[in-house]
Design a protein around this ligand. Sequence first.
Ligand code: SF4
Ligand code: SF4
Ligand code: SF4
Length: 578
Amino acid sequence: MINLTINGIDVSVKKGTTVLDAARSIGIKIPTLCYMALDCFDVRTPGGSCRLCVVEIEGRPNLAPSCCIAAEEGMVVKTNSQRAINGRRTVLDLILSDHPKDCLNCAKNMNCELQQLAADFGLTKVLYGGEQSTYELDLANESIVRDLNKCIMCRRCETACNTVQTVGVLSGINRGFESVVGPANERPLNDTKCTFCGQCVTACPTGALTEMNKTYSVWQAINDPNKHVVVQTAPAVRVAIGEEFGMDAGTVATGKMVAGLKRMGFDAVFDTDFAADVTIMEETTELIERVTKGENLPILTSCCPGWVKFFEHQFPNLCNIPSTAKSPQQMFGALAKSYYAEKVDKQPKEIVSVSVMPCLAKKYEAARDEFAPEGVRDVDVVISTRELATMFREAGIQFDNLPDEQFDNPMGESTGAAVIFGATGGVLEAALRTAAEWITKEELGKVDFEAVRGMEGIREATVKVGDLDLKAAIASGLGNARKLLEKIEAGEAEYHAIEIMACPGGCINGGGQPYIKGDETILEKRRQALYNADADLPVRQSHKSPAVIDLYENYLGEPGSHKAHKLLHTSYTPRQNA
Ligand code: SF4
Ligand code: SF4
Ligand code: SF4
């Protein structure tokens, strides 16, 4: 341990702790816009870019950035001296001198860390005028808007993209006043190997990176009398949407969310979880077939479009091993425009299929060429959890006062196996709950597979299924996925099944979720909430869902049937790694 004093208070911290974290340990939050630490994922930005966290350290003539200086034995630190506070105020004034002042119209309004700091410092006027940077917006993709006029060069997005995700799209380019963070040669994101995971959006403290807003398209559809508009909601949305309305993190707000969607005017409010159960039917069938034949192993899950785009670019030789099952979003869309359309006697083109996702990559996924058979998109519009909250507010829906209401049928019924899709390890556990019974032909006494749960970036488990020792691995975060894929490529992996989610922690931490602003306890609460929701459901295995049984008996036939393949499976495209 290292002993120091901060503002005259004795502090004891582990060797290697920064002065900024040492101050936090005694309840002093030194402002910063670049430093970000998420210990649950072992993520730490280098810091030192914004210089907002300066403090006085005895014996040093200059103010020092507390985020990149380690505490030393006997150090005497002042975080609240007039000199330190004036230093931070000057830095803030300088950042604001080259920042647009359009907070009212900014997508990050009320969520911007720069705006919050200006309020915290009581800034009431712009001190420094001068030249302003001007950049064109990057609007050339479905998922992410880049507005470099609002970039403060904190470089958190670089850490998210390069260190955590190992995608390597973003870096500092140009010099001096022209410096920006972006893809090489200032290319639009769409022309790169970006996976649209949105982890850079989650990390960005300002409105420089935000989601592509599609709320207007949803209102347009709802108000078109010639359209039948259905909505699906992903599992991770229900455990995060309440945060936008002041509810505690980890509140399961499924019933209120459904009630709010009905008040918005959708013709039917459905659950992506229904399709998650169908995903398990298809994916488990594939898993058992491959394990039985001992071919094409390990099978990789395919429900995360960020991960799919990652392996298409970075591991094109492995495009044959992921499951061919579409993601639950796309399965839902395909069934909404076929199975459901027939039930309500509508043509596919009369139905508008909207999805509410924790994810920005799902916007990109819905627009992929292969998901528009005969010119009709399976999913027409994708909005994020944050966009749904905006729409509720726009419509004057008092979310916290809503009653709990039920999803509509037939695509609103689901199981506990489906709800845990929102957390890392959940898809694999859901598959195991079905595979174990299908392989052994015996009922499972306990359906929980706790060995595959957790937040660590890579986890391994061997699960006894009859005579088979099923070897599984789970990775969340693309940097961790890369480590597993490199083992597979080198022939060093002996797994039967691997679950991969692009976002660290899975969809609970997706790029479209309410911003956590560095508070990692929120993620753990969301994760726990999903497992609580699972435990509360009467049916917890996908193959026992009455709605799924009915779908197969009366429409699809067997899992893996010709019709199921046509509607529910896909293929992958090797892409340039540039
Ligand atoms: S969306 Fe993901 S892959 Fe794309 S730039 Fe951001 S962090 Fe990198
Ligand atoms: S885009 Fe956002 S996260 Fe990236 S450097 Fe600029 S302000 Fe920071
Ligand atoms: S982990 Fe979930 S939220 Fe993140 S990119 Fe994949 S599907 Fe989207």
